[in-house]
Design a binder for this molecule. Structure first.
Ligand code: HEC
Ligand code: HEC
Length: 387
């Protein structure tokens, strides 16, 4: 390599660049970088602390990551020289070479991304997209919310949930590697890379490899981004408007509410299996220590209604998780491991409070209990319960 001066990049109105410095990262790259860092941190922090409580923030920050990556993908074809994918698209042989050089401590300098750094960036972008995509799929199947609520079953959501964690931890791992790579570059070549991602400028090493000059096309990028964002928003709205898969009908049977809502909240039939309801109906004379016998002419009706609307027919989280009751207490949805796990954090006094009225008063805290949905967004414990 001969020592060549790095060609200045064509700019419409180039701000002054100090001698020996090259403008490397344009505003698109820097904006993408730091906005993605911020969103990724928020998404990670909300997931690692209390994902139920911060769910909305978690979903929003994840969505922002996807939007920023979409912009970056467009900018990879429309940005200035070092933003373009073509400036850091390397063959496997080049990547292996780079690894060898780095291990031997005699790596060549690149003005933009080197082959290892570039590989890291593609892997990170892919991990981010995969994390957000599987998050949306999991949300569709578990919460019956979002664009995939009509398409995804609970079982698929369970797989997606696993993949979501895997990709998210993978992305965190890659971020760790990315930081290690930056640290290596900073220490070995005294190149202040963090500052470069702020100012956009790097001190050019005498034999660093410049990219082929390319002019940024922000207007084109804006149009493409607007089209992509508009299309995605339209598709999201259209898919979200479809009825959710495997969700019980909201209407509740009047006879059921009259008979089974007399002493406690008439729990939605979709939280217990047909087997459980049949067992409850055949033992109403000694129902949890009470005589809950119903008008005999209503028994057949109740059986038909509960059987037709039991957990066996629906795909909600509550249907799957609450119907798995504890064999030692098989008639109580509240004996399921899931119910206990989710309500363990609440003191007994909260359930006993007048404003609630016991564990069976699901509707005191769950605003959508009648529908059998039990979305984490619809939880609101009455004020009085904490006194
Ligand atoms: C006479 C009052 C009374 C009537 C009427 C009644 N129940 Fe109950 N039910 C109770 C009591 C008391 C409990 C126990 C509550 C507790 O332990 O917190 C209970 C508990 C339950 C539970 C278990 C909830 C859990 O997970 O802890 C189910 C399910 C249930 N009832 C269903 C029904 C159905 C179905 C009907 C209508 C056929 C019905 N109940 C009518 C009094 C009644
Ligand atoms: C005193 C208020 C209260 C009552 C009563 C109550 N819950 Fe909950 N429930 C909560 C809270 C709070 C959470 C969220 C816990 C957490 O952060 O994981 C929750 C979580 C849940 C979830 C999980 C939601 C999700 O996707 O994260 C389900 C399902 C659920 N409850 C069902 C029930 C059913 C069924 C009943 C009645 C038998 C019931 N709950 C009664 C307060 C209550």
């Amino acid at each position: 390599m001969t020592a060549q001066p790095v060609p200045a990049q064509p700019q419409t109105s180039p701000p002054p660049v100090a001698a020996g410095e090259t403008r490397v990262w344009d505003l698109g790259v820097r904006g993408f970088h730091w906005l993605t860092v911020a969103s990724f941190l928020v998404a990670s922090a909300t997931a690692l602390t209390d994902p139920t409580r911060f769910f909305l923030v978690h979903v929003l920050s994840g969505t922002f990551v996807l939007v920023f990556v979409a912009f970056r993908a467009i900018w990879g074809f429309t940005g200035s020289s070092y933003a373009r994918f073509s400036s850091f698209w390397f063959t496997p042989a080049q990547i292996v070479d780079r690894l060898r050089e780095t291990l031997a401590g005699r790596e060549r300098r690149y003005v933009g991304h080197n082959p290892l750094g570039a590989t890291m960036i593609y892997a990170l972008l892919a991990a981010l997209v995969a994390t957000v995509a599987t998050g949306y799929v999991a949300m569709g199947g578990f919460l019956k919310a979002g664009p995939f609520k009509a398409l995804v079953t609970f079982d698929t959501a369970a797989l997606a949930r696993g993949a979501h964690s895997l990709f998210a931890y993978g992305a965190m791992f890659l971020v760790g590697f990315h930081l290690a790579g930056v640290a290596l570059e900073v220490l070995r070549h005294r190149e202040p890379l963090v500052r470069a991602m702020v100012t956009g400028r790097k001190t050019s090493a005498p034999n660093a490899r410049p990219a082929r000059p390319a002019k940024a096309r922000p207007a084109l990028a804006a149009v493409l981004f607007a089209v992509l964002l508009g299309g995605a928003s339209w598709a999201t709205a259209a898919l979200s408007a479809l009825p959710a898969y495997g969700v019980p009908p909201p209407a509740t049977d009047k006879i059921y509410v009259d008979e089974c809502g007399a002493c406690h909240f008439a729990m939605p039939p979709s939280i217990a299996s047909t087997k459980t309801w049949d067992a409850i109906l055949s033992g109403l004379g000694h129902h949890f220590g009470e005589d809950a016998s119903v008008d005999p002419s209503h028994v057949a009706h109740l059986k038909a209604y509960l059987d037709a609307n039991s957990a066996d027919h629906f795909d909600t989280l509550a249907a799957h998780a609450l119907s798995r009751t504890d064999p030692s207490d098989p008639l109580r949805p509240t004996s399921s491991r899931f119910w206990r796990f989710r309500h363990d954090g609440l003191p007994k006094s909260v359930f006993d409070a007048k404003a609630v009225g016991g564990r069976t008063s699901c509707n005191a805290c769950h605003k959508d209990a009648v529908d059998g949905i039990f979305s984490p967004f619809a939880i609101d414990i009455p004020e009085g319960a904490f006194q």
